[in-house]
Design a protein around this ligand. Structure first.
Ligand SMILES: [Zn+2]
Length: 305
């Protein structure tokens, strides 16, 4: 009987040692790569197709079409025409529209003509309602719009209508969004910026992965006039970074590409870094002992997420 107990103990110890070895292997594979990724946005987020830069210097191919491209249903639209969006973008847009609808009171600040800032609270009995005006636009459609505009404008391209391939709408990752008042009009202009819905979207869009793509003070960088209705999906991490710093996608692309080139020149390995990000992001949160003591004298433990 004693012998059996000793054998059982030995067996248990062996299993424990084996398990510890496996745990070490798992930990080793999640260990920090030798070349450190120092940019504040993860390399994984930068590798997403959603961060693609589309402008007059970075044209989309004639054949480019987002996939999966889906018909928009179930949200308010400012047009009777069919609107299509890339699927992830549409899901994020629905989330933003639902959050707006759940907003019954919104406080914001406006600066009057004398430069005095004042607080305004808007109430929405039935929630704030957003209207989708447009989404995906094919290369062919943009080419027709462009050609028609040139015809009307004596063949002069004054930059008012995007050249085919340079419109971000071909990506399927962006949307023009209005409120009820502007949805009823057949034009859009920059006065939309003073509407509470435009202010709310600018402040909250990043939480859903969107950026205000053509900001007011950055027209020289984007080459596009200020568009307070045009929102571009880039994913939550990139959107949070861009909106918090007031960047354009052009500036972000230059900055992140520089970081990537620096990483590669130091011998960094993209696949290894992405695997490390995957393992660390999916690891259970580390417990963190806070310098706060509960009533029982034990340190309060929190999970750092
Ligand atoms: Zn647009």
């Amino acid at each position: 009987m004693k012998k059996a107990a000793i054998s059982l103990l030995t067996l248990t110890l062996c299993i424990c040692m084996l398990l510890c070895t496996f745990a070490d292997v798992a930990l080793a594979s999640a260990s920090r790569p030798k070349v450190e990724w120092t940019y504040p946005v993860s390399l994984t987020a930068l590798q997403s197709p959603h961060v693609i830069l589309v402008n007059v210097d970075n044209l989309l191919d004639k054949k480019y079409k987002p996939s999966p491209l889906v018909k928009v249903k179930g949200i308010k639209r400012a047009t009777s025409a069919t609107v299509e969006l890339e699927e992830t973008t549409l899901n994020a847009l629905k989330e933003m529209f639902e959050a707006a609808k759940a907003t019954t009171s919104y406080t914001y600040y406006v600066t009057d003509s004398k430069g005095v800032e004042k607080e305004v609270t808007a109430e929405f009995e039935e929630g704030m309602v957003l209207y989708l005006k447009s989404g995906y636009r094919s290369y062919g459609t943009q080419a027709t719009i462009y050609a028609n505009y040139l015809d009307r404008n004596n063949g002069v391209d004054d930059g008012y209508v995007a050249k085919p391939g340079s419109s971000e709408h071909q990506s399927g990752f962006c949307a023009d969004i209005l409120n009820k008042k502007w949805a009823a009009l057949d034009y859009m202009n920059q006065e939309f910026e003073t509407e509470v819905e435009a202010i709310w979207m600018k402040e909250n869009c990043a939480s859903f992965g969107f950026i205000l793509r053509y900001p007011k003070e950055k027209e020289d960088v984007t080459g596009i006039s200020y568009e307070p209705w045009h929102f571009r999906y880039v994913g939550k991490e990139v959107a949070g970074y861009i909106m918090a710093r007031g960047l354009t996608l052009e500036e972000f692309t230059t900055e992140s590409q520089t970081a990537l080139n620096d990483f590669l020149s130091r011998g960094g390995d993209i696949a290894q870094q992405m695997e490390y990000e995957f393992l660390t992001q999916n690891a259970p949160p580390e417990s963190n002992i806070l310098d706060v003591y509960g009533e029982d004298g034990d340190p309060e433990v929190s999970l750092s997420l």
